[in-house]
Structures are given as C-alpha cells and as structure tokens.
Design a protein around this ligand. Structure first.
Ligand SMILES: Nc1ncnc2c1ncn2[C@@H]1O[C@H](COP(=O)(O)OP(=O)(O)OP(=O)(O)O)[C@@H](O)[C@H]1O
Ligand SMILES: [Mg+2]
Length: 240
C-alpha cells in the first residue's frame, strides 16, 4: 500500500530562533488520508495510541509551512504542547512561527483566553474531553477565514458537540479501530480485555471490523452517520 514519508531528518528553520527537525516517520495509510485531506471539517475517531496526535501535528506543521495560522486546542496545556512537541524534537513552546508567515499556536482548553483568535485551521485534540461551551467560544476563530476544523477523539465522554459538528454534510469522518494500527498488538488488547472487559476495549481502542482503510477513507468523504453506530452501541459504563 502506498505510504507517505515526511522527509526524514531534514532541518528547517521555523521563525528566527527555533530550529526544528521534522518527523522522521512513515505515515500509516489512515494518517496519510488525514494528512492529505482538504475536508472543511474532519472528525478523526481513533483507538488510543493509534497516532492521532502525531498526525494532527503533521497536519499543523504542513499548514504552517504554507503560511497558514493554526490554532491547536487541547484539554490541558501539557497536551497542547505535546502536539507541538511531536513535530520538532527541539523546544516545546506554545507558539511556533515559520518564515512563510504561518504559525502554530497551542492553547489549553481550560485557559479560555480562547476568545480573540483567528485561524485558518482549528485543531482539537482529545475532542471528547473538550467542553461544548469551549467549542462554542473557540469556533468563531475560523469564521472570517472559512478555515478548517479538525478534531481527534478516542471518545470516552459525551460527544454531543462532535455529533452536532458531524452533521455537516461536508464533514469527513475517519474511523480507526486498533487493528488498523500496525503498532498495537493483539496481545495488548486481550490483556486489556482480561483486566477491564469489552466495554473498556471498545471505548478506548475502538473495536470495529477490520477495514480496507483506504476505501473506508474514501467512503467517509461525506457524512455517513452509520459510522458512529457500532461504537456507540458498544459504549459501556465509565471506567471506574
Ligand atoms: N506512523 C507512525 N509510525 C511510527 N510511529 C508512530 C506513527 N504514528 C504514531 N507513532 C508513535 O506511536 C505512539 C502514539 O502516537 P500518538 O501519541 O500520536 O497516538 P495517540 O493516538 O495520540 O495516542 P493517545 O490516544 O494516547 O493520545 C507515539 O510514540 C508515536 O511516536
Ligand atoms: Mg494523543
């Protein structure tokens, strides 16, 4: 299957002071689909550790290098920084600028100073943990730019606002169960199942029939509400 590599080991200057090293990884097929997508709204539902934060960081990085302003929102500051930290192995900071004029701003959702930002791309990591009110406050950041909104979630809490967002007819929903991630082993999943049961595995790792990920990405180019159903049906009680 075709894979895309983000240029290995190439150094790039982002801003005057920060020297950054791009990711030296080969994107999984679903990550490539996320990376290449131009959907105005993207909702990425993926297993724990599938590589959500990594691909969001790659998307942010790409947008920044072509002069876009990217606003990253994550539930806490550490997570927001992690998203930046996934790209460069250099300084972790809440803002990266690029010679193209693009920049990435990472803010914690609980610092709702989230008013007053304007962005070409709004990225929300761990979206299921983001309060609906914060989304309402931050969404206008793309009002004047017609910018994109990209959300990633494992889905441990109420997704009310994500469900609403997914009703946009131009929303692209990409679903990535654990077995679409080559790094997550069957043994790891069975161990989790033994300790915490099916509901936990379904919630944290997404259990859905193994798909041909490239065709499922194409199919999800437009809203397909059925994509939500299997997972919702299996949602169990909150983890104690
Ligand atoms: N395409 C890839 N090739 C190799 N390693 C990868 C790839 N994508 C992600 N990883 C690695 O897998 C691990 C998990 O990635 P990441 O943190 O992005 O996952 P996540 O889905 O955000 O996890 P979590 O659910 O815990 O937030 C990291 O060590 C990351 O570097
Ligand atoms: Mg993550």
């Amino acid at each position: 299957m075709h894979k895309s590599t983000i240029r290995q080991g190439k150094k790039r200057r982002a801003g005057k002071k920060t020297r950054l090293v791009e990711l030296g990884i080969t994107l999984d097929p679903w990550q490539k689909a996320v990376y290449d997508s131009v959907a105005p709204v993207m909702i990425l539902r993926a297993s724990r550790q599938a590589g959500k934060t990594t691909v969001l960081a790659a998307v942010a990085w790409k947008a920044m290098t072509i002069g876009k302003t990217v606003l990253i929102l994550a539930p806490n500051f550490k997570q927001a920084l992690l998203l930046i930290g996934h790209m460069p192995r250099g300084k972790k900071q809440s803002e990266i600028t690029h010679e193209s004029g693009g920049k990435i701003l990472a803010i914690a959702a609980d610092e709702v100073g989230s008013r007053g930002y304007t962005a070409d791309v709004l990225i929300i990591d761990e979206a299921a943990h983001l309060d609906a009110e914060i989304f309402r406050i931050v969404r206008p950041a793309v009002a004047a730019t017609g910018g994109r909104i990209i959300c990633a979630t494992t889905g441990t809490r109420s997704r009310t606002w994500i469900d609403l967002l997914s009703t946009r007819t131009d929303a692209q929903i990409i679903t990535v169960p654990w077995n679409d991630c080559p790094r997550i082993t069957h043994d790891h999943i069975e161990d989790a199942r033994r300790m915490w049961g099916d509901a936990y595995v379904a919630r944290e790792y997404l259990e859905e029939p193994k798909s041909d990920i490239m065709s499922s990405c194409q199919l999800s180019g437009h809203l397909n509400p059925n994509l939500w159903v299997p997972y919702q049906a299996r949602r169990g009680p909150a983890l104690a």
